[in-house]
Design a protein around this ligand. Structure first.
Ligand SMILES: NC(=O)c1ccc[n+]([C@@H]2O[C@H](COP(=O)([O-])OP(=O)(O)OC[C@H]3O[C@@H](n4cnc5c(N)ncnc54)[C@H](O)[C@@H]3O)[C@@H](O)[C@H]2O)c1
Length: 388
């Protein structure tokens, strides 16, 4: 296929820009911006910005980037760009978005969080819109094919396979802004807008200024959603369980796996319906970054809608900031501007569970099939009295 080549600039040449893919086999699905652009084939890596000269050179060689620069302003020399990927540290995003706009790209693919505060993110979304520049935000599960299918199935309500959603339980660590925003965004994608009911005590498990906080929220139709913390020093975890009318579906390992528990007749209590032990299936999370850049390409070449935007990210960030404030007993508007967090209390890397990297030999290290991997829920066996 002869794809239109879009010109790309990548700002910040660290892990999410390309590092996570640097040593993965060519057959593995890409987890990074550079890896996905190269795999897609409809992008040309024209430039990159990285103040660390050694890292910049290594990045240019690994991803065959044409020109490297120490600053965003200097990158004007190789413009114009269709797409700018913003992969610098979060504390620099607000200033970098302003600098990027002077390069007049058509689209900014921004890493999350967009900025350190909801106010700065709102301003960034507004200036991009005013300049006619599209903004996509890498809340990557919005592009995972299996999560998109689940969204459609849930939206079908009683006509869909799951029926009504009764409650949702999320488990996360590494900060309410950093990973909590992924979780809030995912729940809002699946269940619609959330409102905060209460927040629990904050715990500093990874970043100085971004605690992990338990919270109780609810959807517009009153479905309760709890956010539950684990400690990042123990292991990385990012999971979501949905209890529905017709069974339970859980995203596990950050989306690399799913568990579906079907309704069966209790083997112990006559006349009771219960959930079985569940079946595990692999997920398509690792297809999300390639799907993201495909969406970017379609947005610029055929006017497709972006699946994850500045607005959707801002909505999640506002809630996360509200959770943080509530957990500290701060009134609205009183949260001090967050500084770039500093890593602390990390478990040794070898102990962290592989949320993103794929274990060698895993079936997930080859491209995911196009067919659904979340098993459909069962047909209810027969009407029975429910256990409370
Ligand atoms: N979507 C996700 O799940 C996900 C995962 C990881 C990181 N992130 C986000 O991506 C961003 C980067 O995270 P990372 O883990 O790749 O960090 P990183 O530290 O690995 O990479 C950041 C890079 O930016 C460079 N840099 C520093 N100052 C710069 C400047 N003035 N101009 C250009 N580059 C500069 C650093 O030298 C470094 O190479 C953060 O916003 C982070 O929250 C998102």
């Amino acid at each position: 296929m002869n794809l239109q080549q879009l010109r790309v600039l990548i700002v910040g040449c660290g892990n999410i820009a390309g590092g996570f893919d640097a040593e993965r086999p060519a057959s593995a699905l890409p987890l990074t911006h550079a890896g996905a652009y190269v795999r897609h084939g409809g992008f040309r890596l024209v430039g990159c910005v990285e103040p660390d000269a050694v890292r910049r050179e290594a990045f240019m060689q690994r991803w065959l980037v044409e020109k490297g620069f120490a600053t965003v302003d200097a990158a004007a020399a190789a413009g114009p760009y269709d797409v700018v990927s913003l992969c610098s540290p979060t504390a620099l995003h607000a200033a970098h978005i302003a600098a990027i706009l002077s390069l007049h790209p058509r689209l900014v693919f921004c890493e999350k969080p967009v900025t350190m505060t909801a106010a700065d993110t709102a301003a960034a979304v507004q200036v991009c819109a005013a300049a006619g520049v599209k903004m996509a935000v890498n809340h990557n599960r919005r592009w995972a094919p299996d999560i998109v299918r689940l969204q459609r199935e849930l939206a079908a309500g009683s006509a869909g396979p799951w029926g009504a959603v009764r409650s949702a339980i999320g488990i996360y660590n590494k900060g309410v802004l950093n990973n909590g925003s992924h979780l809030v965004d995912l729940v809002q994608m699946l269940l619609g807008p959330l409102m905060l009911l209460s927040a629990g005590a904050p715990s500093t498990d990874h970043w100085h200024d971004d605690p992990t906080v338990p919270a109780l929220l609810q959807t517009r139709s009153g479905v309760p959603v709890t956010l539950n913390p684990a400690h990042a020093g123990d292991y990385a975890v990012f999971e979501l369980q949905l209890f529905t009318e017709r069974g339970m579906v859980a995203m596990e390992d950050g989306g690399a796996g799913w568990r579906v528990r079907r309704i069966v007749a209790s083997p112990h209590f006559k006349g009771y319906a219960v959930l079985d032990a569940g079946q595990r299936a692999s997920g398509e999370y690792h297809a999300s970054t390639l799907a993201a850049v495909t969406n970017l390409h379609d947005a610029l070449t055929s006017g497709a809608a972006l699946a994850s935007t500045g607005e959707t990210a801002l909505s999640a960030q506002r809630l996360c900031e509200q959770i943080h404030r509530r957990s500290r007993g701060l009134p609205e508007g009183d949260l001090p501007t967050l500084t770039e967090p500093v890593r602390r209390g990390l478990a040794p890397l070898s102990r962290l569970s592989p949320v993103s990297p794929v274990a060698p030999g895993s079936p997930l290290s080859s491209p995911s099939p196009a067919t659904p991997t979340v098993p459909p829920p069962p047909v209810r066996p027969r009407p029975t009295e429910q256990i409370a």
